[in-house]
Design a protein. Sequence first.
Length: 332
Amino acid sequence: MKKSIVALAVSSAALASVSAYAAEDTSLDFYGNIQYAFANSEANGAGSDFQDNGSTLGVKGDSKVTDDITAFFKYELEFKADNQADRDNDYSGSKLDQAYVGVKGNFGKVTVGTHDTIYNNAIQDAVDQFEYFGIDSIGGSSQGDTITYFSPSMSGFEVQLAVQTKGSAVDGEDNDGSYSGNAPMAVLKYSNDLVSVALGYDSRENTAASDADSATGLAVTVTPMDNLSITAKYETLEDTADYIGLAARYGYGMGDVYGSYTNVDMDDSSLNDYNQYAFGVTYSINSSMYVYAEAGTFGRDGHSTTNTTTGVVTVTSDENYSAQVVGVTYIF
């Protein structure tokens, strides 16, 4: 019998046991997606490539603690779905995307674990909105080892507080390129039917740079109609650069049309300022499957960049280049 069939049988038996044991006030859901993309890029002669675009598989659930308090969890893995040979490649195999536990109630919500940072969600996501591409923004604290508090909405206001804690067991650089210590983050939001405003702060104290500068950002999103949103953001990385971004997204019924623009103003006069922009469109095949196309102009012309996950600083010599991609995503 093939190992995959054995694994499926064992998993099915385990799930049956879980379902039988679960109480009426407990829920458990399995979900995921498979994503494929065919991209073409002029960056350093990269050319065309068919690839996975971040396929994931996850499980989540919740259970009542009291009538007013609910405990919950989420565990999500990212895997390569484009090449069977990648099963034997440690780098291309499955890796953690999100994993956390928490409680929620009238007091708000508290999570412990790994997920996108509150700064990234509040300040950067609306401009860096693409299925495949990424528009430059400040590389903040890495994900993981984070305790986060989300307050309930109070007359439209919401406070979010987080601290990524690496502890003190490691003196200097950890294996993932980050450093020991604590990295606080904070977000203040206000929202109504027309506008949403977010002010965010990320200390970046657990990035690879031992003397990392802090990041501050402001994002304003206006929704003049249900299917149209327009966002402007400003980020500043102390003594390094300022980022100004604009984005728009319009739902046309069968999908979305969207575009983003970013200008990066370098504080170092020896480095040139630069611009990036891209646009895209999605089309829904049905409620579970959609296709998309995106195109843009990128490049940093020799600037240093920071990996948003590890905080590792690298230098790219790419001059401005264009790139295009088409892709398909199935959600289950």
